[in-house]
Write a protein that binds this ligand. Structure first.
Ligand code: SF4
Length: 688
């Protein structure tokens, strides 16, 4: 059979939340028409098939003996893990075992992982790396609207927007096919760096890192002062404006300019651009969300959108650009410390009764520690003594990563299920090689809340197992009946449908058959629920058109104060470091660093610096530099970039070893979302 004759399987990209549609035939990827990507793929998507044949792939379990990871049979590896878990639970109780999941896991895996933790292990200690991703936007969305769906409207609605305010997002590099949806709009970008996306903007506002909240308060001030407040909308659809205004009233544009560095004229121009557009949208990304004040900052952007009457209006609104492939679905089905399937709250008695009924159990643990707090407690008195990691590489991706590595080393047992020997797997006691992406079927929920079916396109290599098989293998060894932990994704999904029924993220009307038929199913999709005219199926593409999800149907203004970065610069650490992604790499780089073309394009850690800042530090373009914070020191190649602010340096966070940007980052946590302050910390530059 030639390549062109090979049967095609329709699936979706292994990486980001845009979930571009693609087909795979004979190991070759080709793009497919779909509303989010419209036949486009970025370089990561085009080269993704290389992951399927990577020589770095693990094909046998590894068990550490005499300090070395050595090949082992599956039964032997699972027996070792189960015996240790049983012993720890018997001696120290169920919370002595922790579980850490990932926003790239399918809905089925996320669901079964949460059930495994709470039923088979009986532990409350489960959280996932999505806590490090969009949790501030999720918390702010819940406060304002009573519901967190990243984009509460389809991506294609952005084609009709005349103005878009994009805060702390760089889709021109992180998800390039998305940019086509912004072409018809006048674009205002808020970012301390002049990113590839900022280059496309009508207006680029370049605030100092950690001052976004002050900027948002100032823009709200200008909305009112310049006569753009939508009072009719405020009266009909919102509550709480007066309290929010009492704070914003003190943020007159000149004060905002002093704090943020954004000129008064640019503040006013941004507001005018949004206010005069027929359809306008405010979007946030990680740049404004990953702060110790992230939830309040997003609330301030939502307040701005509400003041202009945007949320809940067709082709206008507020949305968050979720990053990870299943960042949306991953937070809906129970791998988050405070949630049960269907986006139910774990401390809601009615939710607990419903889920207990579906799972056939008498009791469930309560909420556990958030992601960083869980990692920080490992091996400490009262903290977990064993950790099971699925779909995450915390040695690279967690903040203050040397401290996290120390905590992992303090465990009695670290188990990692992964495709390759990631930096976290390399320090584990047991490594379980699992299937990936095109080797298995499962559903994902993209950034617009649309449920998708990724179909198995190739057979997995001999020796690897699916995560669902691993969970069943462990659960049965811990005394659970096998049928309680099915291994067929569609069987797991059928149970997920029942568990989510009636919850905020209701999937009860979604079936594999409907997804295979190509129906556009944005949750909530209640079985037999109402149809929106003009859409296929019975999903809910636009969730807030008639009412918001609070019991009174109104959106909430939330009064928020600017606090600034948790660690301001000083004489010893005079610069502010911020981190982000590059076009060729994804998250911790565990996958993309395996792809030759991507690695060749961006092979090593670098730091972007203003030329004057580099000169002052005795550095020149191309030098190796040390970037030093209170927590650590990372080595990176200097790139002199004249558009950088002189007080800011930028590091991509995809690299391992001495190039880890997260050696520097500050684990100060947002009090509401428990999001660490990834996006700003005080540093200095040194020559090497
Ligand atoms: Fe699309 Fe994201 Fe994959 Fe690129 S990485 S092809 S933008 S889904």
């Amino acid at each position: 059979m030639t390549r062109t004759d090979a049967p095609k399987t329709d699936t979706h990209c292994p990486y980001c939340a845009l979930q571009c549609a693609m087909s795979i035939a004979d190991g070759v990827v080709s793009p497919r028409e779909f509303p989010t990507n419209r036949g486009g793929l970025c370089q990561k998507g085009w080269t993704s098939a290389e992951l399927l044949t990577s020589p770095a792939r693990l094909t046998t379990p590894l068990v550490r003996r005499d300090g070395e990871l050595r090949p082992a049979a599956w039964d032997e590896a699972l027996d070792v893990v189960a015996a240790k878990l049983r012993a720890l639970r018997a001696e120290h109780g169920p919370d002595s075992v922790g579980v850490f999941g990932g926003g790239g896991l399918t809905n089925e895996k996320s669901y079964l992982l949460g059930k495994f933790a709470r039923v088979a292990l009986g532990t409350s200690q489960i959280d996932y790396n999505g806590r490090f991703c969009m949790s501030s936007a999720a918390a702010a969305g819940l406060r304002a609207f009573g519901l967190d769906r990243g984009l509460p409207f389809p991506v294609a609605d952005l084609d009709r927007a005349d103005a878009v305010l994009l805060v702390g997002g760089n889709p021109a590099e992180t998800m390039p096919p998305f940019v086509q949806h912004l072409r018809g709009a006048r674009l205002v970008v808020v970012d301390p760096r002049r990113t590839a996306t900022a280059e496309l903007a009508t207006l680029h506002l370049q605030p100092a890192p950690g001052t976004d909240l002050a900027l948002a308060l100032g823009l709200l001030h200008s909305v009112v002062a310049d006569g753009h407040l939508d009072e009719e909308y405020l009266a009909e659809r919102t509550t709480g404006f007066d309290e929010a205004w009492r704070i914003a009233a003190t943020w007159w544009p000149e004060r905002v300019e002093r704090v943020t560095g954004v000129p008064v004229a640019d503040q006013r121009a941004a507001v005018r651009l949004l206010a005069e557009a027929e359809n306008a949208v405010v979007l946030t990304g990680r740049g404004t969300e990953q702060h110790a004040g992230g939830t309040d900052t997003v609330s301030a952007w939502i307040n701005l959108a509400l003041s202009l009457g945007l949320p809940g209006r067709r082709y206008s609104g507020y949305g968050c650009l979720t990053g990870q492939g299943n960042g949306q679905g991953g937070r809906e089905h129970g791998q988050k410390a405070d949630q049960l399937p269907g986006y139910r709250k774990i401390d809601d008695p009615a939710a607990r009764e419903h889920v207990k009924g579906v799972w056939g159990v008498d009791d469930l643990p309560g909420p556990g520690r958030s992601a960083y707090e869980l990692l920080d407690a490992l091996g400490q008195p009262g903290g977990p003594r064993a950790l099971l990691v699925f779909g995450s590489n915390v040695v690279v991706s967690a903040p203050h990563s040397r401290h996290v590595a120390d905590r992992l080393a303090a465990l009695d047992l670290l188990v990692v299920a992964d495709l390759v020997l990631s930096e976290t797997a390399a320090v584990a006691d047991v490594v379980l090689p699992v299937t990936q992406w095109a080797e298995e079927s499962g559903t994902m929920t993209n950034l617009e809340g649309r449920v998708l079916l990724r179909q198995r396109a190739v057979a997995p290599p001999e020796g690897v197992r699916g995560d669902l098989d691993v969970l069943q293998g462990l659960a049965t060894r811990l005394g659970q009946p096998a049928e309680r932990f099915p291994t067929e994704p569609e069987v797991v999904f059928e149970e997920l449908r029942r568990a989510s029924a009636g919850g905020p993220a209701d999937y009860s009307g979604v079936t594999y058959r409907r997804l295979r038929d190509g129906e556009a199913l944005h949750w909530p999709v209640a079985a037999g629920g109402p149809a929106e005219p003009g859409t296929i199926g019975r999903g809910t593409p636009r969730v807030f058109l008639d009412r918001f999800a609070h019991p009174d149907g109104l959106a909430r203004f939330v009064p928020v104060e600017h606090r600034g970065p948790a660690e301001p610069p000083d004489a010893e650490y005079p610069l502010q470091a911020t981190t982000g992604r590059v076009l060729q790499h994804y998250q911790s780089g565990a996958q993309t660093r395996l792809v030759a073309e991507l690695n060749a394009a961006e092979p090593e850690a670098y730091v972007e610096v203003h030329p004057d800042t580099a000169t002052r530090a005795g550095l020149a373009h191309g030098d190796r530099a040390a970037v030093v914070s209170r927590r650590g020191r990372t080595l990176a190649r200097v790139r002199c970039v004249p558009s950088m602010r002189v007080d800011v340096v930028f590091l991509p966070f995809h690299y391992a070893g001495e190039g880890r940007a997260n050696l520097l980052t500050n684990p100060a946590l947002d009090p509401t979302s428990r999001m660490p302050e990834f996006k700003v910390c005080a540093v200095r530059l040194e020559t090497v």
